[in-house]
Design a protein around this ligand. Structure first.
Ligand code: G6P
Length: 469
């Protein structure tokens, strides 16, 4: 138990925080603000609410900022030893826990839970403990603490032990695996993951499906009943319509729109080519390679589309410290090149693959997309599926995996695919490309309404209120 009390009444904890620092050659630090649901959610309570965001220092710039005491009010970065952080973030969070909850393991080589795994797990515990201690130190009596995601599943239980007075929520932004898959984890680790989250007063998920899977895992691993009396909640994060509509019409987006239109070009008959757009972090659960294979099958089986359609694929590298993510990025590039050399002509590049992150260009691609391809193997929600209909200029058909959380809200107006079924996805792309304009416009309107039902600000406030109740 911690006897002194901090001053903050609302605390958020996540691995990646709202701000990051880079250091140039002269040693000067530049701060960059991040986006995302949590950042806009937190802005709903305003700067005067005295909230504190506890996050990791990621990279040298952040670490240097912590050392120099540079920072922002309302943000506390934890400079956790780099090896400990790497083992916790790369090896446990983004390998083991991400892979389990997105069903990504491939036998016969994976998974292997050996001595090395135990060492990494110990680092994950140390890392979680650093968060629990910082939160315990900063929180006022009875404060609300919202702990985010799979990086920090042990924090609720650890924090409860340090500070029984706090109200603690945990939110999972990922899917949750069904018990028969979750139990790949060693029994004691499975119990620690679940027991860690069950230290919270409330454990929340993006969809009922993931909440049910979590409950099923608790029953399978820990026995019937949710033992600690933790309440289970569901808050389906929506797109931020006001922000997106304003941001997607700024001059930088217009400029990129013009460039993209130029690159996509016109078909031999002079009509504008159609665009099948996807935007993802390059990451195995997003299923980018099968999306490319489906596009290739479309060109193979339906030669009438050659020269008339372009697959715009923005795949932004992520978690590149890990070989498995780097290899996947290389595979995406390889398959895209293969399709281009197989089918491309002097005036037509079938796949426009771009790996360089550019938010304004992503928005431009949403505006012109005829079809948006969102085919993850599994996804907690998938905000691209929700953002495209909001931003689209002329209506866009959403080809959506039934394994994305967004399917629960958008499934009725999307063309739905099984993400493993490449031929089925190729057929869905054809159906989407040939959908009558009127129907496509109607569907886009309904999708935009469903996609914006729970904007980030409301999503965040709902969680806070539920924790009070
Ligand atoms: C997912 C996770 C987030 C994470 C994000 C980006 O959406 O649920 O917690 O921040 O991916 O991943 P990164 O590893 O770059 O933080």
């Amino acid at each position: 138990m911690v006897s002194t009390r901090g001053t903050h009444n609302i605390l958020v904890a996540s691995n990646r925080g709202p701000i990051s620092y880079t250091q140039d050659k002269t040693g000067a630090l530049t701060a960059k603000r991040g986006g995302g649901g949590l950042v806009s959610g937190l802005s709903a309570i305003g700067p005067d609410a005295g909230a504190l965001w506890v996050c990791s220092a990621l990279g040298d710039g952040d670490r240097e900022a912590v050392r120099r005491g540079v920072g922002e009010d309302g943000v506390r970065m934890l400079d956790i030893d780099a090896d400990t952080h790497a083992a916790a973030y790369n090896d446990i969070a983004n390998s083991v826990l991400w892979f389990v909850n997105h069903l990504l393991y491939q036998t016969p080589l994976e998974p292997v839970f050996d001595k090395e795994f135990r060492r990494q797990w110990a680092a994950y515990e140390t890392y979680n403990h650093a968060f629990a201690e910082a939160l315990a130190e900063e929180a006022a009596e009875g404060a609300a603490v919202l702990v985010q995601d799979y990086h920090l599943v042990l924090v609720p239980r650890m924090l409860r032990e340090l500070r029984p007075d706090l109200r603690i929520g945990h939110f999972s932004h990922t899917p949750w695996a069904p018990p028969e898959y979750f139990r790949l984890l060693p029994d004691d680790i499975a119990a620690k993951v679940l027991g860690g989250i069950l230290g919270a007063d409330r454990a929340a998920f993006l969809t009922q499906r993931w909440a049910d899977a979590f409950t099923d895992c608790c029953h399978a691993v820990l026995g019937p009943g949710i033992p600690s009396g933790t309440r289970i909640g569901v808050h389906g994060l929506g797109a931020d319509a006001d922000f997106l509509r304003e941001r997607s019409h700024r001059p930088d987006v217009d400029e990129r729109l013009a460039v993209l239109r130029e690159q996509i070009g016109t078909a031999p008959d002079g009509s504008a080519r159609k665009a099948i757009v996807r935007v993802d972090r390059t990451e195995l659960s997003k299923n980018i390679v099968r999306g490319l294979l489906a596009f290739r099958e479309l060109l193979e089986e339906r030669p009438e589309w050659r020269e008339r359609v372009v697959h715009v694929a923005f795949a932004y590298p992520s978690r590149q410290d890990l070989a498995v993510y780097r290899d996947y990025t290389a595979e995406v590039q390889r398959v895209a090149d293969e399709i281009n050399s197989q089918y491309g002509t002097p005036g037509w590049t079938p796949v426009l693959l771009n790996l360089k992150d550019d938010f304004a260009r992503s928005l431009a691609s949403y505006r012109l997309a005829d079809v948006a391809l969102v085919n993850p193997i599994r996804d907690g929600m998938n905000l691209v599926a929700k953002e495209v209909p909001v931003v689209s200029d002329d209506g866009c058909v959403l080809v959506l995996s039934r394994e994305a959380g967004a399917y629960e809200e958008l499934g009725e107006d999307a063309v739905v695919v099984n993400p493993y079924d490449v031929s089925g996805t190729a057929r869905a792309l054809h159906e989407a490309l040939t959908m009558p304009v009127g129907e496509r416009a109607e569907r886009t309107k309904r999708l935009a309404v469903a996609a914006t039902a729970l904007p980030p600000a409301q999503w965040f406030l709902d969680q806070l209120n539920a924790l009070e109740a």
